[in-house]
Design a protein around this ligand. Structure first.
Ligand code: HEM
Length: 511
């Protein structure tokens, strides 16, 4: 009896020793987490993010390196801050980072992940992405709707020319233009007025709703990172999101109902097409639902408007600060387009200096500085470090595009770096060159990139061709505030207020 007991005891001790040894060997062999700042208990590194997380993370990356680990509450977060690290995540390991992490915005605003931006990678995401690719963003669809974009830019130009002495809040009117250009393609009608002057409450309200969404989506919501605190909603983010969702849903439901009643034999706009697809099997056993339609409209109205308008607002501010560059661009435009008509999309390919300005502006002012987060589907190893399953990936596209190892004088606005003979003549913004990825990269790259590029190019070209700009209220150029504000999209801390001065033949500004 005693002998049996001794045998069992020794066997247990031996098993325990072997188990401990194997565990120790496994730990010794498994790679470490990437370096990063020491986290605080429970909240981790959340208090270190400050009011502009892309800037704080860039500063931390200077100390800890381009592949950095942060602990945000209970969540592992890895931050890519160099082109080569971004390439590892978005090209080499792209298949492992195709979904987005859980977050309050997706749950409360984006119809509980039933949209395109937050849908988990899988059949529903593929279906929504395919619909957009085919009906909105294919070269054919873009060409079919070219006249709509040009008409909306024409309406904007005439509104600016007739503004007289009223100072123009440029971001606002650009937002209206981008919103109506998208609305006409999606719904077959405009949804907001031209936005110049007072009294256009609907335009102001719509832009305010989109900006509020971007600000809320940019908040590092404690409940997303410390799930036991989710219900307490300490920052009030979830409550604000639910309220905002109600306003967006009322707007979208009214549009959907109106379209269903009106009906449409020929599916000239995207919404009619989507409604017609409700009865069609997607080939993988599913049909598109009313909620998915509203969620998709929400994505396109939000992801496609403020990104475009804030990008163009930054560009005009840069050109006001760099009059030599502005006048060189105007010379190019006058030579190609003349002074008797507005720019058209077919002119754009003949404007290399304008295109260089657009790239340089995307470099310094990417509209989503931390891109959109992704989640690691499985644990993996990158540059010898462990990236645990479930980690959130943030790609600091803002920091990457200012990396002094890749760009000379990175803080200077120098479009010529993209011209023949410059330091980066062949770099594009389409996810191929990882030092400049304002639209992200890989399979989950911005769905509206082709439209975004066309709109940004056309708007910048038209504005500087048709107008000279003076700062409003006698503000001096050297005092122009170029600070960034907080949000998922890169807003200006102070909106750009200008007086546009027409510079083309007067008939160009008449309807
Ligand atoms: C200046 C213009 C724009 C910029 C800089 C921009 C940037 C981005 C970025 C960085 C992402 C995340 C990509 C990633 O995860 O790697 C994204 C996603 C997305 N963008 Fe854009 N965007 C712009 C315009 C547009 C437009 C015009 C639309 C549509 C009308 C649009 C629709 C979307 C959608 C639907 C997604 C989610 C794609 C997915 O998850 O599969 N964007 N955008």
């Amino acid at each position: 009896m005693v002998a049996t007991f001794t045998l069992i005891a020794w066997t247990s001790i031996l098993c325990f020793l072997i188990y401990s040894f194997l565990q120790h060997r496994r730990r010794a062999k498994s790679p470490a987490l990437p370096p990063g700042p020491r986290p605080w208990p429970i909240v981790g590194n959340l208090p270190q993010l400050g009011p502009k997380p892309h800037q704080s993370m860039a500063a931390l990356a200077h100390v800890h390196g381009p592949l950095m680990h942060l602990k945000m509450g209970f969540v592992h977060v890895v931050v890519a801050s160099s082109a080569s690290v971004a390439e590892q995540f978005l090209k080499v390991h792209d298949a492992n980072f195709l979904s987005r992490p859980p977050n309050a915005g997706a749950k409360y605003v984006a119809y509980n992940y039933q949209d395109l931006v937050f849908a988990p990678y899988g059949p529903r995401w593929r279906l929504l992405r395919k619909i957009c690719a085919l009906h909105l963003f294919s070269t054919r669809a873009l060409d079919d709707f070219r006249h709509i974009r040009q008409e909306e830019v024409g309406i904007l130009t005439r509104a600016l020319a007739s503004a007289g002495k009223t100072p123009i809040r440029l971001g606002q009117v650009l937002n209206v233009c981008a919103t109506n250009a998208i609305a006409r393609v999606m719904l077959g009608r405009r949804v907001v007025g031209h936005g110049c002057g007072g009294g256009d409450e609907k335009a102001e309200e719509f832009k305010a709703m989109v900006v509020e969404l971007m600000v809320l989506a940019g908040v590092f919501n404690i409940g997303d990172f410390i799930p036991p605190l989710e219900g307490l909603d300490l920052q009030g983010v979830a409550a604000k999101m639910k309220k905002l969702h109600k306003r967006f849903d009322a707007f979208l439901s009214a549009i959907l109902d109106e379209h269903k009643i009106k009906g449409s034999g020929v599916h000239v706009d995207l919404l009619s097409k989507l409604i017609s697809l409700k009865d069609v099997d997607d080939g993988e056993g599913g049909r598109i639902t009313d909620i998915e339609i509203k969620a998709l409209l929400l994505n396109l109205f939000t992801a496609g408007t403020d990104t475009t308008s804030s990008t163009v607002e930054w560009a005009i501010a840069e050109l006001i600060r760099h009059p030599n560059i502005l006048s060189q661009a105007q010379k190019e435009l006058d030579a190609v387009v003349g002074k008797d008509r507005l720019v058209t999309e077919s002119d754009l390919s003949q404007l290399p200096f304008l295109q260089a300005i657009v790239k340089e502006n995307f470099r310094l002012h990417p509209s989503t500085p931390l891109s959109l987060p992704r989640i690691a589907d499985e644990s993996c190893e990158i540059n010898g470090y462990l990236i645990p399953k479930g980690s959130t990936l943030l790609v600091n596209v803002w920091a990457i595009a200012r990396d002094p190892d890749r760009w000379s004088n990175p803080l200077e606005f120098k479009p010529e770096r993209f011209l023949t003979g410059g330091e980066r003549p062949t770099v594009d913004v389409k996810g191929n060159d990882f030092e400049l990825i304002p639209f992200g990269a890989g399979r989950r790259i911005c769905a509206g990139m082709s439209l975004g590029i066309r709109m940004v190019q056309l708007l910048i070209a038209t504005l500087i061709h048709a107008f000279d700009f003076e700062l409003a209220n006698g503000q001096l150029v050297q005092n122009l505030n170029m600070e960034e504000a907080y949000g998922l999209t890169l807003q200006r801390a102070e909106p750009l207020m200008v007086h546009p001065k027409p510079r083309l033949a007067s008939h160009v500004y008449k309807a």
